[in-house]
Design a protein around this ligand. Structure first.
Ligand SMILES: Cc1cc2nc3c(=O)[nH]c(=O)nc-3n(C[C@H](O)[C@H](O)[C@H](O)COP(=O)(O)O)c2cc1C
Length: 345
């Protein structure tokens, strides 16, 4: 898909445009294959080698339909999902809203996905001829599950060997009660079961930007106790900054895009400060260009992900950020990306 086509898609209703983008990617209409990344960008996170630190955040390719096309479009890593054990329809439409003037989106999709069996079959099929790059799977719990922690265990066991990393997503605001798993005994129980079920691949915990400062230490303790590999900071927010101007700003759901940048970056800094330099952290939230990606890295992210800015700028943005990041690192005299991680703290 050329950037022209990508922009044309923004004239369609949001969810229709999204479906068309996935269909186009699957059919081979992605951006031209990208050239090699500047070696200054080579890095590793939780033992995963990356050509560069720019990844696609979860929720774009929920059913693992196009991970290879997305890798070829220039992302170093692609997180598919969220997948839940059983297929799930999600919330009633409309459930995805563009806040164009704010460069933002509100979504209340509610983990719509085809379920574990369908995603597993696609991940198996791609093993024959995978594009170079890293694929992770974002894991969610079914809305009506009696044992949500058990859902993550089921998914980890079933998908082990089929992805390079997994994300335990307990931060979607669109499944009632899910975010309660982020604190206290519920978090401890969840991570104990995750640790028991996991096998070889790194497992990240994805957190909400709406956590309180006081939640940082207990989360880090639980993550350390149960040997989770790292954090993804952050998911969408329930907050509505005063600056929002778009008609849809009052819709229920999670807000993402530019207005999320400050809060998600502040939380990233809080986690990096408290955790020290060694904990792998992926920074997400409001990245819309090389400058914002560089700021996340300087705030403590080892790698970054984005989603909402693609809605407005098209998939060519991955390469634009990758190359702009290399320029900035070199201009500031860095020889390796890792040396810039957390320098703004
Ligand atoms: C339509 C939509 C669906 C999403 N679905 C998921 C999901 O299934 N799992 C998840 O962990 N995050 C999901 N997210 C959150 C993104 O992965 C990301 O954390 C968030 O949008 C902030 O990044 P951004 O500002 O670059 O979009 C979704 C976001 C959007 C906009």
């Amino acid at each position: 898909m050329s950037d022209f086509l990508a922009r044309a898609l923004t004239l369609l209703p949001a969810e229709t445009a999204h479906r068309a983008a996935i269909t186009g990617l699957k059919a081979g209409f992605g951006p031209k294959p990208a050239g090699a990344a500047d070696p200054v960008l080579r890095t590793a996170i939780a033992g995963i080698e990356l050509d560069h630190p720019v990844g696609l955040a979860a929720g774009f390719d929920k059913n693992a339909e196009a991970p290879d096309a997305l890798l070829r479009a220039g992302f170093a890593f692609v997180e598919v999902g969220a997948v839940t054990p059983r297929p799930q329809a999600g919330n009633a439409k409309p459930r995805l809203f563009r806040l164009r003037a704010d460069r933002a989106v509100i979504n209340r999709m509610g983990f719509n996905n085809e379920g574990l069996d369908a995603v597993k079959a696609r991940l198996e099929a791609r093993q024959e001829n995978p594009a170079p790059g890293v694929v992770g799977v974002n894991l969610g719990a079914n809305k009506d599950s009696e044992d949500r922690a058990g859902d993550y265990a089921i998914l980890l066991k079933a998908l082990s060997g089929l992805a390079d990393f997994f994300t335990v997503n307990i931060s979607s605001p669109n499944t009632a009660g899910l975010r309660d798993l982020q604190t206290g005994q519920a978090l401890d129980d969840l991570l104990a079961r995750v640790n028991e079920a996991r096998w070889a691949e790194p497992v990240f915990l994805k957190l909400a930007p709406d956590l309180a400062d006081g939640d940082v230490e207990p989360i880090l303790e639980a993550v350390g106790r149960h040997r989770l590999s790292g954090l993804i900071v952050s998911n969408t927010t329930l907050a509505r900054p005063d600056t929002l101007r778009s008609a849809h700003k009052g819709e229920q759901g999670g807000l993402s895009g530019a207005p999320l940048f400050d809060r998600s970056t502040a939380l990233l800094k809080a986690f990096r400060r408290a955790a020290g330099p060694d904990l792998p952290i992926i920074g997400v939230g409001g990245i819309d260009g090389p400058q914002a990606a560089y700021a996340k890295i300087r705030a403590g992210a080892n790698a970054v992900q984005l989603y909402t800015a693609l809605v407005y700028q098209g998939p060519g943005l991955a390469i634009e950020i990758r190359d702009g990041l290399a320029e900035r690192l070199r201009a500031d005299g860095y020889e390796r990306l890792a040396d810039a991680v957390g320098v703004d703290l």
